[in-house]
Write a protein that binds this ligand. Structure first.
Ligand code: PGA
Length: 254
């Protein structure tokens, strides 16, 4: 963490929680993190629970995020959700390009780029996910893969757009596996991403962009990961589904 950047801890609930379960979870979470303002706290429930969670979060220090967003304003795109529909529900952040979307639903950097730009054009902040697969890391391709994803996902961004964007580095082999990148491994890639942002947008802007780490972040490894100079927060899957576990990660930043 760096004091010039406000840390951001986001919970990605994936395809978990009915509406009633979602409302119960944020009810408990609100109490656990009440009064914390040093970090931004975000929860990203499934689309079906956004409206109810928005109501439950009103007036709290927890912000709402979605797990994806389409680039068109409206139209014949079965199964997709438009940016304005999310704005309508008080959503502030939208995850784009999560590795599960890339792996199982064929999303590409070009599509991620369109989703991120549409989010920004509608006042949503994209959380743009990048990260290498295990075989890519083992083949020494981490730098090339991550560089390509960052360049492709952020193609055509201007300085204002990148400053409203959060990047999440999530090595695919660490997601849901219980295997975390070591703090040094994570820091190495975060520093690489920040250097690349420096080339693209200038060092001053790059120094302000927040880069989250994601992949089996838990209460007991959060502090060490978040202690790295270029790690500005966490994108948390499994451990965001229990209020106490997620709150413990939030507290690792304060
Ligand atoms: P995990 O998921 O914390 O369960 O590894 C992280 C993510 O997919 O964002």
């Amino acid at each position: 963490m760096n004091p010039n950047r406000k840390s951001i801890i986001a919970g990605n609930w994936k395809m978990y929680k009915t509406t009633a379960d979602a409302v119960a979870l944020v009810g408990a979470l609100k109490n656990e993190v009440a009064g914390i303002t040093k970090s931004e706290i975000v929860v990203c429930p499934p689309f079906t629970a956004l409206a109810a969670v928005a109501g439950a979060l009103a007036g709290s220090n927890i912000q709402l995020g979605a797990q994806n967003v389409h680039w068109e304003k409206e139209g014949a795109f079965t199964g997709e959700i438009a940016p304005a529909m999310l704005k309508d529900l008080c959503v502030r952040y939208a995850i784009v390009g999560h590795s599960e979307r890339r792996q199982f639903f064929g999303e590409t950097d070009a599509g991620v780029n369109k989703r991120a730009k549409a989010a920004l054009a509608n006042g949503l902040r994209p959380i743009v996910c990048v990260g290498e697969m295990l075989a890519e890391r083992e083949a020494g391709k981490t730098e090339a893969v991550v560089t390509g994803q960052v360049r492709g996902s952020l193609a055509g961004f201007d300085k204002n757009q990148i400053l409203e964007t959060v990047i999440a580095y999530e090595p695919v082999w660490a997601i849901g596996t219980g295997k975390t990148a070591s703090p040094a491994q994570a820091q190495e890639v975060h520093a690489l991403i920040r250097r690349l942002l420096g080339e693209l947008f200038g060092a001053d802007v790059a120094g302000k962009v927040r880069i989250q780490y994601g992949g089996s972040v838990k209460a007991d490894n959060a502090k060490e990961l978040l202690g790295q100079s270029d790690i500005d927060g966490a994108l948390v899957g499994g451990a965001s589904l229990k209020a106490g576990d997620f709150a413990a990660i939030v507290k690792a930043t304060v």
